[in-house]
Design a protein around this ligand. Structure first.
Ligand code: AMP
Length: 210
């Protein structure tokens, strides 16, 4: 099963991708995670990446494609039941490049799951999102009893790009640049819509049903 999780920032792609990959033995490829890891180093490229990411801008196509290329090439070597990509593609250039990368390893996407959530809910989710600095688990501040991670007790962080001015920019980039790619996948009859409202397990079940 080769899947793409698609949707606006805050739709729950990362959370669902973590669950799906664990329970269904899929390789999880997240450009957001890969880019954050690369940006946390002390290299010249890390500084460039941070400049784009912290302000909620898209990282230029060539940089993202370069970073995801190795992951895609390695997919075949890992003995899993399939893969799950989240956060990529975000532009038409990336979508076409992903198709070529997959053709080169004789793989293809079987479904694109579009997780839909209304924009008021997205803003509420993103402004309240907290991420454990150690285990990277994701929470909403309203569901936390303490200010530390309920799993490993490490401090929780708020992503710089989860501030309202950057959230608005990210949502607008999604509408203008990323959402139109759906037509590319609709033409291939791959898109299945899922309502991303409700709790994590409810949304998970909807994805499984889809
Ligand atoms: P995410 O964790 O998916 O919300 O991604 C966080 C940030 O990483 C985005 O706001 C972008 O700055 C950058 N990013 C992630 N994936 C891509 C991509 N496919 N193309 C360009 N920038 C990306």
């Amino acid at each position: 099963m080769n899947l793409l999780l698609f949707g606006p920032p805050g739709a729950g792609k990362g959370t669902q991708a973590k669950l799906l990959s664990k329970r269904k033995n899929l390789i999880h490829v997240s450009t957001g995670d890969l880019l954050r890891e690369t940006a946390s180093k002390t290299t010249p490229i890390a500084k460039k990446l941070k400049n784009f990411m912290e302000k909620g801008d898209l990282v230029p196509d060539q940089m993202v494609i370069e970073i995801i290329k190795n992951e895609i090439q390695n997919l075949k070597k890992l003995k899993k039941s399939g893969f799950l990509i989240d956060g990529f593609p975000r532009t038409l250039v990336q979508a076409k490049s992903l198709e070529t990368m997959l053709e080169n390893i004789k793989e293809a996407l079987e479904k694109v799951i579009l997780i839909e959530v209304d924009s008021k809910k997205l803003i509420h989710r993103l402004t309240g999102r907290r991420v454990c600095e150690n285990c990277k688990a994701i929470f909403h501040k309203d569901s936390l009893k303490k200010s530390s991670c309920p799993h490993c007790h490490s401090p929780l962080d708020q992503r710089t790009d989860d501030q309202i001015q950057f959230i608005q920019k990210r949502l607008s980039i999604y509408e203008k640049t990323t959402k139109p790619i759906l037509q590319f996948y609709e033409a291939k009859n791959l898109v299945q819509k899922v309502k991303g409202e409700g709790d994590v397990e409810e949304v998970y079940q909807k994805i499984i049903n889809a």
